[in-house]
Design a protein around this ligand. Sequence first.
Ligand code: CA
Length: 281
Amino acid sequence: MGKRPLAIGMLLLAMAFLSVLVYAEEVATVDKPLALRNEAGWEVVFFDDFEGDTLDLTKWSCGYPWGATHNHRAYMSPDNVLVEDGLLRIKAENKRHPDAPKTIVHGGETFSLDYTSGVVTTKDKFEFTYGYVEARIKVPKTKGFWPAFWTLNSDGSWPPEIDIMEILTKEPDVLHTNYHYGESWANKGSFYQKTRLRDFSEDFHTFAVKWTASEMAWYVNGIMIGQKYYDRRWIAQSKDNYILINLAVGGWGGDPDDTTEWPAYYEIDWVRVWQRNVNDN
Ligand SMILES: [Ca+2]
């Protein structure tokens, strides 16, 4: 083989190798979750890989639908929602936001708003009833943070609420999952599970819920954890849900202290929602 054919051969080989890499990446993007591997008919209906350097505002909004505060001590600012290095990074800072009221009252409890953090939701942009909702997540280290990945009914009714992942970083190896349901705030039921697994601040892990008309089940890295929830009556209370991803400070998470490291980052590599195409079944 002469020099030129050799060079062309090498080039073709390099191109073939590159196309395999690109193909592998594309396949990875749409790869079926482990939890759905043996079931037909599931397709991706929502995803964000957080590429680029800005939040995709066709998919997400910053802030809670009801405002900048909730049941914790951070004022939620769009400035603390970053997209960089292929990640959604929500930053919690040890400073009071200039627009934050001194205190708020939530559920009869007073919270001093001494911190600034962020939240994104899909409210009015993506809503779904039933599906497999999964995100690849790394939570911050040290005390005082309460990162969460959850869903609510878009009509504002509460209960219900599906908590796919809540971690209190003072206890970073414990995953809290929950389904809140019932007649009212005062008369609610909770299908709550607490699972001690591993330090979730050390690396990325996937967290998911599989929600059908007949059951709810929670997953970590594609493996179901705990028990399923089976009550069809109360499962049916959840409908047209939107996704929330927030980094709370204080509240249920407990307060930061002298050992807390600032700023803290809650990192999300991707979010995907799969739904079952009934026509395929
Ligand atoms: Ca990503």
